[in-house]
Design a protein around this ligand. Sequence first.
Ligand code: PSU
Ligand code: MN
Length: 306
Amino acid sequence: MTEPHPMLAVTEEVRDALASGRPVVALESTIISHGMPYPKNVQTAREVEQIIREGGAVPATVAILHGVPRIGLDDAELDLLGSDEHVRKVSIRDLPWVVARGEHGATTVASTMRLAALAGIRVFVTGGLGGVHRGAENSMDVSADLTELSLTDVAVVSAGVKSLLDIGRTLEVLETLGVPVISVGSDDFPSFYSRSSGFRSPLRLDAATEVAATMRAKWDLGIAGGLVVANPIPVEDEIPEAKIGRLIDAAVAEAGERGITGAAITPFLLGRIVELSDGDSLRANIALVKNNARLGAAVAVAYAAL
Ligand code: PSU
Ligand code: MN
């Protein structure tokens, strides 16, 4: 294996695991700082790390502290990320200046992928992906998560794409970018709170070993970039689209009225949906991230065994 990039601070545990080819799973931090309220966010982050350990892999939460990209965080660092209001949301474009100015940053899917790859990590677990926003045909608001999926060799396990995005257009862009989209155990592409989005998944696989074999084949063929591994929320935690859809529509309308755009829109919508749903969306969010951690650990174990 190649050494982690010298600008990264990698914990000893993660470094040892990578050096000996043991499975490691990266985790993002925007979901902690800008995706869930404190202290549920920090508690969830710790439980997700524990699930990954129980699944036989080493968790590596990614964030930037004092300008240093960190691969693996301790308890106090997780708490700071979850509670400090000066933590920036850092996508790819923000990485250079947050590092240069020595600030704290929580990494999105895009920047977590990039830093994970620089460390030599191939599997990453999150909740939901960014994508093409509704109305993007005018605003051109398309998450850098999609560009990054076309560039960086990391498999991203998520519960699909929230319907606050334009799911059909998101799938079209992923096809254009050559990114495999795999739904695990389902013919439908999931939409975060719901097991279906109304869109058929481009590909269905039923086992972590099949996902690992697809990753291996992609990169052995020299096809750069990531894979979307979509894991439907468990049936018992699902919120029907009819119910959550109304709340999402209301949040999107409010963002429009208040003129919220750009990097601020996703955190605004996520926060508003938690409020409007009276915490139901938060419970579902926590359940699906844990479900993704179980699958991600299994994929990392299967990939390490190849
Ligand atoms: N979607 C979710 N939960 C999240 C995010 C998206 O359901 O926490 C976060 C992720 O960090 C994702 C980012 O990478 O928002 C996308 O932001 P933007 O649309 O500004 O690229
Ligand atoms: Mn955007």
